[in-house]
Design a protein around this ligand. Sequence first.
Ligand code: PMP
Length: 385
Amino acid sequence: MFDWLDVRAQARAKAGLRRRLVPRSADSDVRNLAGNDYLGLARDPRVVAAASAAARRWGAGSTGSRLVTGTLDAHAELERDLADFCGVESALVFSSGYLANLGALSALGGPGTLLVADEYDHASLIDGMRLSRSDHMRVPHRDVAAVAAALRDRSRKRALVVTDSVFSVDGDLAPLAALAAVCREHSAGLLIDDAHGLGVLGPGGRGAPAAAGIAGAPDVVVTATLSKSLGSQGGVVLGPARVIRHLVETARTFIFDTGLAPASVGAAAEALAVLRAEPELADRVRASARALAERLRAAGLDAAEPAGAVVSVRAPSAQQALDWAGRCAAAGVAVGCFRPPSVPDHVSRLRLTARSDLTEQDLDHVVDVLVATAPARADERLLAT
Ligand code: PMP
């Protein structure tokens, strides 16, 4: 039965697409620019202490699904706090951002709804659309006119436009204000995945919708993860109270899943408190990403302009990207490596994530390592144009 798996594995290896798990040791001194701990809160002593205090108070697990025994005071408090921070009526915490997207799209979509998605949307949005059994279409990247045309020409009564705020591969920003205006004009909803915006964009890290002036709008729903800037684990849907009520009663990834573990809830709540008290963390991570991209470009590498924390650097091929990332790791700098099929345009990239705690020396060191380990300069595709 499973022989075909070896054939597939060999084909992936031949195409340079082999994927391996590389365990990270707790005391490694590798500079981590591959993770999503944008504000350095995953190991912040206050956040770690809050995680253990919540585990001591509530136990290691939440003991049940949210509608049975798995909703603790701590979940309700975190939901109120996240809604208040992001300027929306209501919030609902899920076990992950992935499940938040699946739950929101499957509950808000359906056969009577058209979903219109950016072609570079995150995999969890694509999977959510498929699960929803809605009519769905992909439009060209950041193309507001294409979205408007799709909404105008639709045969379905209901429509929801679905987009990442900061796109996870290239770190660029969706035209959120323009999309919201088009949605309003055509009586459609807008669902924004703000996984990379929360804690990074907007005043004090209140997210990309706040930065675009559309937080709390009646036809906007936002999803996010607690596992990036908040340094914990879990996901959240933020929006109008009636949307959240609908999700509580119908979203299958909420109903049939065990409530988020107390330690993760406690950590996320404390991380949010830290962010409220230190709003400059969000400014710092953006400045650090811009400085990193500028220095990489000055050194001749093809780094995209970051909207948030994600800095993407193009590589000539999947294999070269992999080898380059391997050389960086050997030199003490962990970077992400995005290759097909994870990248929609088949261009492989190194993906670096800035953090608010990177020093000038860190930035210099990272740039030096990337330049010293880059594939041969003779390949013109590497050079910035
Ligand atoms: N959306 C986007 C844009 C993401 O980058 C991610 C994380 N890779 C997710 C959703 C999923 O979030 P989580 O890791 O909490 O499942």
